[in-house]
Design a protein around this ligand. Structure first.
Ligand SMILES: [Zn+2]
Length: 405
């Protein structure tokens, strides 16, 4: 029987650390990473000022005054429903084809361990890099409000001291031979709309009720949803639009009616009705204009709204030849013979906090010919894809770290 590659063994051990929400064991993952850094001879520290441990590793460049290269990965994973998995989701199980089944095999413990292995190889081979190379392993990417991860870390002096010139973070698996690279993300807006109207007995024709007003507004918004849906599907062949290029809008909350414990008062027209939308806006849309649009939709019926989630900024990284980071990234990929497809990330990752500081960031997971299974049951990655990913990063990361100013 063939011996397992040591990087795969380390990966499978890391998968067994329970960093799943709601109670991720960040101490255990920090301890694991520190122990590996120590073993590999990589400078590392645990930074605790955001409230949860962030592991920072560093390989000092020959010219540390230059903006650095940051490899960022999150160590937390989403929960797994045991009954829906064919194998125990935190066991690091590998089948006879070399497929490793575990939560985090794609999102994104694979990249955590690939970055670590890249640093290991650089140190081992005594490869000299011009720029400082940092690895950050952050918590709380998979939760929204109250995160103590990248969102908070970027506001700290410690982050500013890293003097980051480019960040590489997670992307998505690609089901084809090509690899996807993400240069922007959609801004998630969660809008909560409240309508107030006339009340009365359910036997009469009450005018201008809260539900009526809300329905009219909802219908206008769903019309907009249909336009976006059509532009995604109809335009597919000519302009090749992807999910990340259009605004999605889903009615996810709907609330009205007088409720007394188990019973609804079917004969009372309620004074209030509420709706909530999950809206995802591409970075090509002007956010001020879009806010104006929401104000118009709601103002026509005299409704009010609040944001349960809002970002006023949504920067993207420009992929033109003036951006030397991009031209270097692209030419390195050409050199190793992999084909890149640039896209807007349909959901959100930690890259948005970096881009909103004006720092370029690429979302890139070196996973091709693999179904997209992040957050899904039976998430897996083949060991050969994992090992090849390390080689791919080795073809890209040193060129970026050696880029001339
Ligand atoms: Zn992720």
């Amino acid at each position: 029987m063939q011996q397992e590659d040591s990087s795969v063994t380390v990966f499978r051990k890391f998968l067994q650390i329970r960093t799943d929400h709601p109670n991720p064991d960040y101490e255990a993952s920090a301890q694991f990473l520190m122990q590996k850094a120590n073993e590999y001879g990589i400078d590392a520290e645990v930074y605790r000022e955001t409230g949860t441990p962030i592991v920072i590793m560093k390989i000092t460049g020959t010219d540390p005054s230059l903006p650095s290269l940051l490899l960022n990965s999150h160590v937390d994973v989403v929960p797994a429903v045991l009954e829906s998995w064919n194998y125990e989701p935190f066991s690091g199980y590998k089948d006879e084809k070399g497929n490793i089944y575990s939560r985090g095999t794609q999102d994104m413990k694979c990249v955590c361990m690939q970055f670590l292995e890249v640093a290991h190889r650089i140190v081992q081979s005594k490869l000299k890099l011009k720029r400082n190379l940092y690895l950050t392993f952050v918590p709380d990417e998979e939760i929204g409000a109250g995160s103590k991860g990248m969102e908070v870390f970027v506001t700290h002096d410690k982050f500013r001291q890293l003097n980051v010139g480019l960040c590489i973070d997670e992307g998505l698996a690609s089901p084809t031979e090509e690899f996807t690279v993400f240069y922007g993300e959609r801004a998630p807006w969660w809008v909560h709309i409240t309508a107030v109207g006339n009340a009365g007995h359910g036997s009469r024709f009450i005018e201008n009720t809260a539900v009526e007003k809300l329905m009219r507004t909802i219908n206008k918004m769903l019309e907009f949803r249909q336009q976006q849906f059509d532009s995604l599907h109809k335009g597919h062949h000519e302009c090749g639009k992807k999910l990340g290029d259009v605004t999605t809008l889903n009615l996810t909350v709907l609330k009205a009616g007088i409720n007394n414990g188990d019973n609804y008062s079917y004969n009372v027209v309620p004074t209030q009705a509420e709706a909530g939308f999950d809206i995802r806006i591409p970075p090509t849309v002007n956010l001020d204009e879009f806010l104006k649009q929401i104000k118009e939709w709601t103002a026509e019926e005299g409704l009010s709204f609040t944001f349960a989630n809002y970002t006023e900024k949504n920067e993207m990284t420009h992929l033109n030849n003036d951006n030397k980071w991009w031209s270097t990234f692209k030419s390195s990929c050409e050199k190793i013979g992999i084909k890149l497809v640039p896209e807007i990330f349909p959901a959100a990752t930690d890259s948005r906090f970096i881009r909103n500081l004006g720092i370029p960031a690429f979302g890139f997971s070196p996973i091709n010919n693999t179904p997209i299974l992040l957050h899904d049951h039976n998430e897996f990655l083949n060991e050969n894809t994992f090992i090849r990913g390390i080689d791919i990063y080795m073809g890209i990361i040193p060129s970026l770290a050696n880029m001339e100013p």
